[in-house]
Design a protein around this ligand. Structure first.
Ligand code: 13P
Length: 243
C-alpha cells in the first residue's frame, strides 16, 4: 500500500515568525498515523528541520547539477545539508514561470535521488488542455518525461487551473487521472509502482479534503494556501488519517 501523505508547499511565503506554525504542525505530525511533509522556503529549511521531529522537511526546487557557477540556485545536496529529505520538482509555477521541461525535471529528480532526497514530481494540465480533452494525454506525457530511473518518488497531480483558484475538479475527473497515473506507474515500475504515493493538489481545504481523500488512488494531498496555518492544515491531516 502506498503511504498516505499530507504535504504542504509554502511557496514564497513565510518568515521566521512562521516557525510557530511549523512547530504546531510538527506536534500534530507526532500524533498522526500518516506521513507529513512541509516544504517551507529555503531560508527556513534548517530551522524547520530542527523543530520537525516526525515532520519531514522538503525543498521546493533544486538544480540538476551537484555544484557550480549557478548564482541563486540550490543543489539537492545543499537541501539535504539543511535537513531536507524531500524536494518538490516540476511544479507548474516553475514549468510555466521558468520554462522547465520534462527532461529538466527528470535531471533534477535524478540529482535529488543521488543526494538521498525523495522527489515530489508535480504534473498537471492547463484549463485549455482540459477543455480540449487533452488532460490525460498531457499528464501521462509529463509523467513519462519527468520520472527518474528509480521508483523512489512521490507524484502530485495538480491541475494548473485548480491551483490557488478555489476551483476543484470533480471526483470523476480526479479519479480518471489518478487511475491512469497508477496504471502507468505499474507499467513502468512493476510492483514498485504500486507503492508510489499519488497526491492530489489544487485548492485542497479542510472543507473538501474528506471528499478528495475518499477517491481511489488518491494517497494524500499537496496543499498550498491551506498549509500556511496549522489551524487549516491540521484538519486536512486529520481527514487523511480518517480516510
Ligand atoms: O500548488 C499547490 C501546491 O503545490 C496548490 O496550491 P493551493 O492549495 O493554494 O491551491
Amino acid at each position: 500500500m502506498p503511504q498516505k501523505i499530507a504535504a504542504g508547499n509554502w511557496k514564497m511565503n513565510g518568515t521566521q515568525a512562521s516557525l510557530s506554525e511549523i512547530q504546531a504542525i510538527a506536534e500534530a505530525a507526532q500524533e498522526s498515523p500518516c506521513s507529513t511533509i512541509l516544504c517551507p522556503p529555503a531560508h527556513l529549511l534548517h530551522r524547520a528541520a530542527k523543530l520537525a521531529g516526525p515532520l519531514a522537511i522538503g525543498g521546493q526546487n533544486c538544480h540538476h547539477a551537484p555544484s557550480g557557477a549557478f548564482t541563486g540556485d540550490i543543489s539537492a545536496a545543499q537541501l539535504a545539508d539543511c535537513g531536507a529529505s524531500y524536494v518538490i520538482l516540476g511544479h507548474s509555477e516553475r514549468r510555466e514561470g521558468y520554462g522547465e521541461s520534462d527532461s529538466l525535471v527528470r535531471a533534477k529528480a535524478q540529482a535529488a535521488l543521488q543526494s538521498g532526497l525523495t522527489p515530489i514530481i508535480c504534473l498537471g494540465e492547463s484549463q485549455e488542455q482540459r477543455a480540449a480533452g487533452q488532460a490525460l494525454e498531457v499528464v501521462l506525457a509529463q509523467l513519462s518525461g519527468s520520472l527518474p530511473d528509480d521508483a523512489q518518488v512521490i507524484i502530485a497531480y495538480e491541475p494548473i487551473w485548480a491551483i490557488g483558484t478555489g476551483l476543484v475538479p470533480t471526483v470523476a475527473e480526479i479519479t480518471e487521472v489518478h487511475d491512469a497515473l497508477r496504471a502507468q506507474l505499474h507499467a513502468i515500475f512493476g510492483a514498485a509502482g504500486q507503492e508510489i504515493s499519488i497526491l492530489y493538489g489544487g485548492s485542497v481545504k479542510p472543507s473538501n479534503a474528506q471528499e478528495i481523500f475518499a477517491i481511489t488512488h488518491v494517497n494524500g494531498a499537496l496543499v498550498g494556501g491551506a498549509s500556511l496555518k496549522a489551524e487549516d492544515f491540521l484538519p486536512i491531516m486529520r481527514s487523511l488519517a480518517e480516510s
